[in-house]
Design a protein around this ligand. Structure first.
Ligand SMILES: NC(=O)c1ccc[n+]([C@@H]2O[C@H](COP(=O)([O-])OP(=O)(O)OC[C@H]3O[C@@H](n4cnc5c(N)ncnc54)[C@H](O)[C@@H]3O)[C@@H](O)[C@H]2O)c1
Length: 269
C-alpha cells in the first residue's frame, strides 16, 4: 500500500517559519536602491547574511550599515555587474567570508526608452551586457558554490516587459533582455534542479523607484499606465519584497522555473 504521510499537527506547523532563511548567505546585485534594496531588507529580516552589492560603493555601505543598526547581518561590496572580474572576486570573497552562497537576487537592469530606429549598436550591446550577460555571469559564479552545497535559490528580476511588447514608450532592448531573463530562468531551473538549486523570476509592473522617476514626472504617461493596469496604480517598492522572499525561501521549495508576476494585473488583460 502507498504510504501517505500524516499531515503535521497544528501545534507543530508554522507557515511563517517557511519564509525564514536563517544561517543562509544571500547576494543581491544593485542592492543599494529600489527593488534590490527591498530584497536586502526582506532577506536580512528573514535571517540571512546579506551581501549588499552595488556599483555605488557608498550607497551599498549605507544600506548595509542601516541593516546592521537594525540588528541584521549584512556586508557591503562594490560590484559593477558589467565587469566579469569584479563578479568573480566579490562572489569568491563573500563565499570565503561566510562559507557559502545560498541565495542570489539578480536585480540590476535598465534601458533607455527610444525608438528602435534611433538605437545605435553600442547602446543595444550595452543593454544586453547589463540586463542579460551579467545575469549569466552572476548565476555561473553563484552556482560554483550552490552545486557543491547541493542547495541554492536564485531570483531573477524580469518585468512585465519580459512577456509583453507594449508599454508607455518604445523599448526594444528592454523587452528583448527581460524576455531572455524569463527563459534563462527556465533553462537554469531545468539544468540545476537535480542539484537542489531552484531558479525563479519575478515580473514587476512599473514600480516607484529612481528608474521610473522620469516617467513619474510625465502625467500623460502616468495616466496611461494607471488606466492600463487593472489595480489602477504603480507598485510601491515594498510590494516586491514578499515575492522575492517567497521564491528565495523554503516556502517555495517545490517552485522552480516560475515567473511570478507582481503586476497589478497588467498581464491579465
Ligand atoms: N522600477 C520599475 O518600474 C521596474 C519594473 C520592472 C522591472 N524592474 C527591474 O528591477 C530591477 C531594479 O530596478 P529599480 O527600479 O530598483 O532600479 P533603481 O535604478 O532604483 O536601482 C538600481 C540599482 O542598481 C545599481 N546599479 C546600476 N548599474 C549597476 C551596475 N552596472 N552594477 C551594479 N549595480 C548597478 C544602482 O546603483 C542602483 O542602486 C531592474 O532589473 C529593472 O529592470 C524595475
Amino acid at each position: 500500500m502507498v504510504h501517505v504521510p500524516a499531515p503535521p499537527p497544528a501545534s507543530a506547523f508554522s507557515a511563517l517559519d517557511l519564509f525564514r532563511v536563517d544561517g543562509q548567505t544571500a547576494i543581491v546585485t544593485g542592492g543599494a536602491n529600489g527593488i534590490g534594496r527591498i530584497a536586502c531588507l526582506a532577506l536580512a529580516e528573514a535571517g540571512a547574511h546579506v551581501a549588499v552589492t552595488d556599483i555605488d560603493r557608498e550607497a551599498a555601505e549605507q544600506t548595509a550599515a542601516e541593516l546592521r543598526s537594525a540588528g541584521r547581518d549584512a556586508s557591503a561590496h562594490k560590484l559593477d555587474v558589467n565587469v566579469e572580474r569584479e563578479i568573480v572576486e566579490v562572489f569568491e570573497a563573500v563565499r570565503t567570508t561566510t562559507g557559502r552562497i545560498d541565495i542570489l537576487v539578480n536585480n540590476v537592469g535598465r534601458s533607455p526608452r527610444m525608438a528602435t530606429t534611433e538605437i545605435k549598436l553600442a547602446a543595444w550591446e550595452e543593454v544586453l551586457r547589463l540586463n542579460q550577460t551579467s545575469m549569466f555571469l552572476c548565476c555561473r559564479e553563484a552556482a560554483h558554490a550552490m552545486l557543491e552545497q547541493k542547495r541554492g535559490a536564485i531570483v531573477n528580476i524580469s518585468s512585465i516587459m519580459g512577456v509583453t511588447g507594449g508599454g508607455a514608450a518604445p523599448n526594444l532592448p528592454y523587452h528583448a533582455t527581460k524576455g531572455a531573463v524569463v527563459n534563462m530562468t527556465r533553462s537554469l531551473a531545468c539544468e540545476w534542479a537535480s542539484h537542489g538549486i531552484r531558479v525563479n523570476a519575478i515580473g514587476p509592473t512599473y514600480v516607484k523607484t529612481d528608474l521610473t522617476r522620469p516617467l513619474l514626472e510625465q502625467p500623460e504617461r502616468v495616466a496611461y499606465i494607471e488606466s492600463r493596469t487593472p489595480l489602477g496604480r504603480f507598485a510601491e517598492v515594498s510590494e516586491m519584497a514578499g515575492g522575492i522572499l517567497y521564491l528565495a525561501s523554503p516556502a517555495a521549495s517545490m517552485v522552480t522555473g516560475h515567473l511570478l508576476m507582481i503586476d497589478g494585473g497588467w498581464t491579465a488583460i
